[in-house]
Design a protein around this ligand. Structure first.
Ligand SMILES: C[S@@+](CC[C@H](N)C(=O)[O-])C[C@H]1O[C@@H](n2cnc3c(N)ncnc32)[C@H](O)[C@@H]1O
Ligand SMILES: [Zn+2]
Length: 273
């Protein structure tokens, strides 16, 4: 069996033409040794865990290993399966990029449901390390959306799930006929948790109006679909749900929280250029 590193080298060589140097935007060559190099000699190495770090300078992420492992546990439980199913149906074309992919489970589970090849990028190394650990066979990159290592027009579908966006960059990366698909929470998202954690505070309510308005300004054609469902929650996932956001749901007595079910309520924004 191929090592994770060898599999990553093979996949990056197969799709070599989509990668460019994040320093100088020249094409990158993926050597058999796992070294990736541009004509000006900027170079990157495929790590033994099976990912590549394209950061041009180190950044401190507010997202920890513990947060990504909590997200992994919650997403693997199937809580987001109906969302992933819909995203797989909406995606078009062969090459799919997930921007702010975190620990990679959404992209991996979406690509299990459709043909094509998936690439994930996140600025948090801990997220990409978890993605490479759990999901070999896709290409995982540590990188900044503001300086992404991809050639213009490379991707047929660009996902942006519960993550910050960079619409100018998304439009540069989109192939003709491609779609940008952004997922933002709607007001009922995790409402049972919010009600117990933040009763009577303004964090209890949430609107996505500004985010939706900015998305609509950025694309010439936009569709919005709302997806809402409530699922039973296994007891052991309650602490994981509390750990999975950087806001930390700062709650004094976490043990007092009891949740039997949890609501997922999302807007799916679909933009074309
Ligand atoms: C709330 S998490 C969502 C992660 C994943 N999409 C999910 O739903 O589980 C937001 C993610 O955006 C990433 N992120 C923030 N700024 C970024 C940037 N400039 N470039 C790439 N990723 C970024 C963070 O590191 C984090 O993993
Ligand atoms: Zn370069």
């Amino acid at each position: 069996m191929l090592s994770k590193r060898a599999l990553c080298i093979q996949n990056m060589q197969r799709y070599e033409s989509i990668f460019v140097c994040p320093f100088c935007a020249e094409p990158l060559t993926v050597e058999d040794s796992g070294r990736i190099v541009c004509p000006s000699n900027h170079s990157f190495d495929i790590a033994k865990q099976g990912y590549v770090n394209f950061m041009t300078k180190p950044v401190q992420s507010m997202y920890s290993k513990q947060l990504f492992e909590a997200r992994h546990a919650v997403i693997s439980s199937g809580l987001y399966d109906p969302l992933q199913q819909r995203l797989a149906e909406l995606a078009v074309g062969e090459l799919v990029l997930d921007t702010g992919c975190g620990e990679g489970s959404h992209l991996a589970r979406i690509m299990e449901k459709r043909q094509g090849f998936g690439v994930g990028i996140d600025i948090a190394k801990e997220g990409i390390l978890a993605a490479a650990k759990f999901h070999a066979g896709l290409v995982w990159c540590v990188g900044d959306l503001a300086k992404s290592p991809y050639r213009k027009g490379s991707f047929d579908t660009i996902f942006n799930i519960l993550s910050p966006a960079n619409y100018e960059e998304f439009k540069r990366l989109l192939a003709p006929g491609g779609k940008v698909i952004k997922v933002v929470p709607q007001e009922g998202y995790l409402q049972q948790l919010r009600q117990q954690a933040f009763a009577q505070s303004d964090k209890e309510s949430y609107t996505n109006h500004q985010t939706v308005a900015r998305f609509k300004e950025s694309f010439s054609s936009v569709e919005v679909e709302r997806l809402t469902y409530t699922l039973e929650l296994q007891k052991e996932l309650v602490p994981k749900l509390l750990e999975m956001t950087p806001m930390g749901w700062h709650i004094e007595n976490q043990k007092a929280i009891t949740l039997e079910e949890i609501t997922i309520d999302m807007d799916i924004l679909i933009g074309t250029v």
